[in-house]
Ligand binder design. Sequence first.
Ligand code: NAP
Ligand code: GFB
Length: 322
Amino acid sequence: MSKTVLVTGGTGLVGKALETIIKEKNANQDIWYFAGSKDGDLTILSDTKALFDKVKPTHVIHLAAMVGGLFHNMNNNLDFLRKNLQINDNVLQTAFEHGCVKVVSCLSTCIFPDKTTYPIDETMVHNGPPHNSNFGYSYAKRLIDVQNRAYFEKNGSIFTSVIPCNIFGPNDNYKPEVSHVIPGMIYRMHQLINEDKDTKEEEKVFSVFGSGKPLRQFIYSIDLAKLMLWVLEEYDQVDPIILSVDESDEVTIAQVAEAIARAFNFKGKIVCDTIKADGQYKKTASNKKLRQLKPDFKFSNFEESINESVKWFIENYEIARK
Ligand code: NAP
Ligand code: GFB
């Protein structure tokens, strides 16, 4: 049966990666609609209804959200909570009223309890308060899981969710006050290299925010898009599924900075600004459930993906969100 898939948040980092995969797959039996805020502000119910009336989706990949890195979250917990609660309730209820066959929403590994055992797995979402830096975003995202269970209980709708680790890739959000660590460092290193041409690059100093010690798992957006397509087509549990690289692929923030420096062939010094916050020290997640269901999946090489992401930014500097 052919599908009409509405991708909310379709103009962002993950949405653009999905669009790339769909174009490559040339899946022409399905209709795909990649919506951004120009198609309607999903915090507004009437806008949400108008979008669904226009697209008439049978399936939804729900990506739209107020999204940001550690510092944006720390300064805007109330907005992250309210805007994401509004978006999620509008989208899920409208999808339910439209009789959508399936909705795949997006949580994040940063929403798990701060005080926890490791590795984290899907059963632990609600086991305690999240890290204080992003409690607004975390509680809004956790509620998606609760909403999904309520819709399933109501009429058996397959409303489910994926839990990605930190994501990076082309078309990221590079705005310094909003961005996640990888686009944030890519933008700042590009600026450092290209400003003040009178100073030799060897004498320039790049600042990593925080101690550089926190650990993160990073998934390339193209890999995530492939896995989300698999979830849309083949994963039919309401319970969420973690989409993350292996625990052994965890890297420190300092190692990320070094990889970005190699991608730019940066010849200067790298220092850590320990005055700035570190956020969560670690949020190591297990991808055991994914590996059991899809044992053949191969993740992209981290260094090569960083190189691709830096190359994209340099070549698309004019149009990048910064
Ligand atoms: P992004 O690049 O910031 O894109 C956000 C998308 O949501 C954009 O298409 C944006 O549209 C849309 N949007 C935001 N507010 C909206 C509103 N009020 N009405 C309609 N559309 C709105 O985000 P992303 O990184 O692709 O994230 C996609 C999903 O993955 C999100 O649910 C996020 O929570 C989740 N996630 C992200 C990460 C990560 O590291 N990036 C990690 C885990 C989970 P405009 O472009 O038109 O504003
Ligand atoms: O991606 P990020 O902002 O968020 O990473 P989280 C923050 C870590 O990177 C901290 C360091 O240890 C920062 O000190 N860092 C170093 C930088 N340089 C930079 C920089 O230029 N920009 C940024 N942003 N950080 C987020 C959650 O946590 O994870 C969100 O707050 C979301 O809700 C996201 O879920 C995926 O990984 O700490």
